[in-house]
Design a protein around this ligand. Structure first.
Ligand SMILES: CC(C)(COP(=O)(O)OP(=O)(O)OC[C@H]1O[C@@H](n2cnc3c(N)ncnc32)[C@H](O)[C@@H]1OP(=O)(O)O)[C@@H](O)C(=O)NCCC(=O)NCCS
Length: 374
């Protein structure tokens, strides 16, 4: 049994392409106008609702998002397609998500001062995996030449924190020595670009972290995991029905309910208090108050959620330095959001400083880690 477990490096990879709110709205509005024109008769007869128009100002105000990275931009802004055009790869080729994963993994290994030979377990954990098997994690393991074992995990927006929890436990239990967790969040194929309420929410990105024993860590910025805490509570308010059973259901595998959809207002109302309670209880476990936390690496779904949660916890307005927001450029990157925040905003912390990493999202699921810089 090892004494303490640390995060010794993190990695971030973003696609070359991005889409601004303005670009997205121009394409959606042209699509909506074409749809309304083509369905004039049904709309007039009350058989069909007209498609409402979107607005870049609304998006920024309601979500804090200005732009999002996109793995393949081609197709998304084409009003006769409204989805990315990602060519299918041959079975002999590296799959898209494995490629995204490897970019972030290499960055994390470098930051942790580790080579693939040092890793003995890989977890690929994200909101969606592009296939059921063989596991993406095993594909990544093979491509990087890592020994040991690898597996995939799906916990929607809490996939990254829950994977960190598993890595922590594996090291404590002695079943692995150095674990690589990777979150290749390829969300764009699941975004309904024809839906005004959700077309702006997600972006594509990949993050990774190295978790190991403090005894083997030799990186510049090392954070001890003081403890982990998770909770889940079933809810249909954020849902995707895409799955392998669709074929047997005789259902349209690409219908709107098979894509991401949510009751945004209900999510806001229900998840925010859950997250506040969860984080308060987690800090109390260490006799810490919110004022003892130097940095909040919170899940990045919506700026108003983050502001609400940190305001409640601190009983004052949080500064951007304390609770960084990455939504403006990354949008909601599913489970990678809090990891991006950590990746970009951790180097300035001093030895002994405490930070709180927390995800909240579909399931519902909430996962947190209390971290202390060594
Ligand atoms: C999704 C979310 C940003 C929407 O913001 P909101 O302020 O709650 O907006 P609403 O959905 O209530 O819509 C407000 C109005 O703007 C309209 N609207 C929605 N999308 C719009 C768009 N793209 N452009 C213009 N207007 C829009 C709505 O139709 C509604 O009009 P109405 O008042 O006439 O009915 C918000 O609910 C939210 O942050 N939810 C948290 C959950 C979340 O982000 N989850 C992500 C997955 S973890």
């Amino acid at each position: 049994m090892t004494s303490s477990v640390v995060i010794s490096g993190s990695g971030l990879w973003k696609p070359d392409n991005s889409i601004s709110n303005e670009e997205l709205v121009v394409a959606y509005n042209a699509y909506a106008e074409q749809f309304n024109q083509q369905h004039q008769k049904e709309i007039k007869q009350g058989e069909l609702e007209p498609k409402p128009l979107s607005s870049a100002e609304f998006i920024e105000k309601a979500s804090g998002i200005k732009s999002r990275y996109i793995y393949v931009k081609d197709g998304v802004l084409d009003i006769d397609r409204m989805r990315p055009n990602i060519p299918e790869r041959a079975e002999e080729e590296l799959s898209d998500q494995a490629e995204m994963a490897i970019h972030a993994a290499k960055d994390a290994l470098k930051a942790a001062n580790k080579t693939p030979e040092d890793i003995d377990a890989v977890i690929v954990s994200c909101a969606y995996t592009q296939r059921s098997y063989p596991a993406l994690a095993i594909e990544v393991q093979g491509a990087l030449g890592i020994k040991g074992f690898a597996f995939d995990m799906l916990v929607a927006c809490s996939a990254a924190t829950f994977a960190l929890h598993r890595a922590y436990e594996m090291i404590v239990a002695g079943t692995a020595k150095t674990v690589l967790i990777i979150n290749p969040e390829l969300t764009s194929p699941q975004v309904n670009y024809c839906d005004r309420d959700s077309h702006f929410i997600f972006g594509d990105v990949s993050t990774a972290m190295v978790v190991e024993s403090a005894e083997t860590a030799n990186a510049e910025h090392v954070f001890e995991i003081l403890s982990t805490k998770a909770v889940t509570q079933y809810s249909n308010n954020i849902r995707s029905n895409f799955g392998y059973v669709s074929r047997a259901n005789d259902a349209d595998p690409f219908a709107a309910d098979k894509l991401f959809h949510q009751e945004g207002r209900k999510v806001f109302k229900e998840v925010c208090p859950m997250a506040v309670e969860h984080i308060s209880e987690h800090l109390a476990r260490h006799q810490l108050s919110s004022e003892n936390v130097s940095r909040w690496w919170l899940h990045q779904a919506n700026i108003n959620m983050n502001t609400f949660i940190s305001r409640k916890l601190l009983d004052r307005e949080p500064s951007l330095e304390e609770a960084p927001i990455i939504l403006d450029t990354f949008a909601n990157a599913a489970s990678a959001g809090s990891i991006i925040a950590f990746n970009l905003y951790h180097k300035d912390l001093q030895s002994g400083d405490v930070g709180l990493l927390c995800s909240f999202g579909a399931g519902y699921s909430i996962g947190s880690l209390v971290l202390k810089k060594l």
